[in-house]
Design a protein around this ligand. Structure first.
Ligand code: NAD
Length: 511
């Protein structure tokens, strides 16, 4: 074990101690509480599947209390001047940076993401807060729309208390991304973190407790089908932003139907990276490896399907196989680790099951395809470790080309023509992101037009720009995050029409 890893582990254990020694509950109406009528469960670290504390799964009573608190706090928070919300949210960002070390280490141990990807998490979370904080004073601004005898203007008001449901893959980042614009817009929040990775949400609630008025931020731990469901049905909640699986999106939409909730969904993906013969070889190779094997492949925008043109195929695949073999699987707190353990035993088993599915469907497993059963350095085989895997000789109809596996597993399909690449790229129910590698600008433009996705990158890996829209089409989602798109979701637009006093008002009843 390297010195850095040993100090990482020692610091992580120190930060985790209070979670080990206490049951982690909820944050409701400015109080940390174990709630009323919930049940405890063990929170497991994927590094060795041992418990790192107990979590209180809330009851519907707890969710009702959180929604009521958010409802009661709404009027005052929405009326707080934008400049004051800006000040408070920037202060929130400062506290995230101050607790960066703790956030990174706790998050790595809770969800298995390698520390090399987590160490900047707090800074990026803080950037999310600062970006929307700075926009808070202008969030209400609208348009002036002129008619001959009337002037219309639009104004936006916070929609009300909102529910935010986050998944386990990058829980901290996604929570900040969703919650920061909601608060900047003037909404109060009820957050339901993923049951498998609740710890960073608790740290966020602690910072909220220092900075925000009571009831503005509420957090209830627990299961989707109980507290999550109750949140989506609660009449006080006016909008729900969900990040999760497509099937969960369908459930949530049904659950919110009776109260006609506004919904924003960021769901699954089976994203293509399309590499043409004329691509910049080295840059494309780097990006292909990064966009599926970073973050353990547990990333919604990961490029889990490689579409490779036949002319470059042999050379590219030889280089790719070498790179996949070289990937360093290890304990998430080892600074050299590139691929850590998968979040949970059940998810791990699901990913492993695709090795047999690939064989049955006739694909070739060129690299990997096995769980790791030997201890190696500080890698404990009791954890959810697997060999980064590369499937070749696949076709678009195979399950490994259609289903979101959500692990460090890449499916390769060969194509000849641009038209064929478009057809394969679009041949899934998903449409989140896509990546196109070509030096031919005209082709890049044509592909950008025809590939069905909410986001396309040309000659780049996933590069996030906060003012740009983020979201998916088809079964990958509804709505967009980022920039003003976030405010549009969390706010209601009102049109005010003012007459100039010159137009003819229809006259009835005059005989
Ligand atoms: P999941 O759908 O199982 O759970 C997500 C959240 O929804 C959890 O907090 C869960 O408790 C809650 N939930 C589940 N059922 C619910 C219900 N009936 N009512 C209310 N809430 C409910 O997803 P996951 O397994 O935690 O995360 C992985 C998935 O998230 C993948 O499909 C991934 O692609 C997707 N994801 C998408 C994006 C994106 O931006 N498109 C980003 C990250 C993750």
């Amino acid at each position: 074990m390297s010195d850095t890893q040993a100090t990482n582990l020692e610091r992580a254990q120190r930060y985790l101690e209070r979670f080990r020694n206490n049951t982690t509950g909820h944050y409701i109406n400015g109080e940390f509480t174990l709630g009323n009528g919930g049940n405890e469960y063990d929170n497991i670290t994927p590094t060795d599947n041992s418990p790192i504390g107990k979590i209180m799964a809330g009851s519907t009573d707890d969710m009702n209390a959180a929604c009521k608190a958010a409802e009661d706090a709404f009027e005052a928070w929405a009326a707080t001047p934008g400049a004051e919300r800006k000040r408070l949210l920037n202060k929130f960002a400062d506290r995230l940076v101050e607790r960066a070390d703790e956030i990174a280490l706790v998050e790595s141990m809770d969800c298995g993401q390698a520390i090399r990807f987590m160490k900047k998490a707090a800074e990026r979370g803080a950037a999310n807060f600062r970006f929307f904080a700075d926009k808070a004073p202008e969030a209400q601004d609208g348009l002036a729309l002129q008619q001959q005898e009337h002037t219309n203007f639009t104004v936006r008001n916070a929609i009300g208390p909102v529910g935010i449901i986050t998944p386990w893959n990058t829980p901290f980042m996604l929570s900040t991304w969703k919650i920061a614009p909601a608060l900047a817009a003037g909404c109060t929040v009820v957050h339901k973190p993923a049951e498998l990775t609740p710890l960073s949400a608790y740290i966020l609630a602690e910072i909220a407790d220092e900075i925000l008025p009571k009831g503005v931020w509420n957090m209830v731990n627990g299961f989707g089908e109980s507290v999550g469901k109750r949140m989506t049905e609660h009449p006080a909640i006016k909008a729900v932003a969900l990040v999760g699986e497509s099937a969960t999106g369908s459930h949530v939409m049904r659950q919110g139907a009776d109260t006609l909730k506004r919904m924003h969904f960021e769901l699954g993906g089976k994203n293509p990276v399309i590499v043409f013969d004329d691509a910049h070889f080295d840059r494309a190779l780097d990006a292909v490896v990064f966009m599926i094997y970073s973050l353990n492949g547990q990333r919604c925008t990961s490029s889990s399907r490689l579409l490779i043109q036949s002319g470059i195929r042999d050379k590219f695949m030889a280089a790719l196989e070498q790179r996949v073999r070289n990937l360093k699987v290890g304990h998430p707190l080892d600074p050299n680790t590139e691929v850590g353990p998968l979040v949970h035993k059940e998810h791990y088993d699901k990913v492993l099951s695709y090795f047999d599915i690939a064989r049955e469907d006739g694909a070739n497993i060129a690299v990997g395809g096995k769980r790791i059963t030997e201890a190696n350095g500080d890698l404990d085989p009791a954890g959810n470790y697997l060999e980064p895997t590369l499937f070749t000789d696949a076709n678009s109809r195979m399950r490994i080309a259609q289903e979101e596996i959500f692990g460090p597993v890449l499916t390769t399909i060969t194509f000849d023509t641009e038209e064929e690449a478009i057809a394969i790229a679009n041949d899934t129910e998903y449409g989140l992101s896509g990546y196109i590698w070509t030096e031919n600008t005209g082709r890049a433009m044509r592909m950008a037009r025809h590939v069905e996705a909410g986001m396309l990158w040309v000659n780049s890996e996933n590069n996030r720009n906060l003012p740009s829209p983020f979201g998916g089409t088809k079964m990958s989602g509804i709505g967009r995050d980022g920039g003003d798109w976030s405010f549009d979701f969390y706010m209601e637009t009102k049109n005010v029409c003012i007459a100039h006093g010159t137009h003819h008002v229809p006259q009835l009843g005059k005989g």
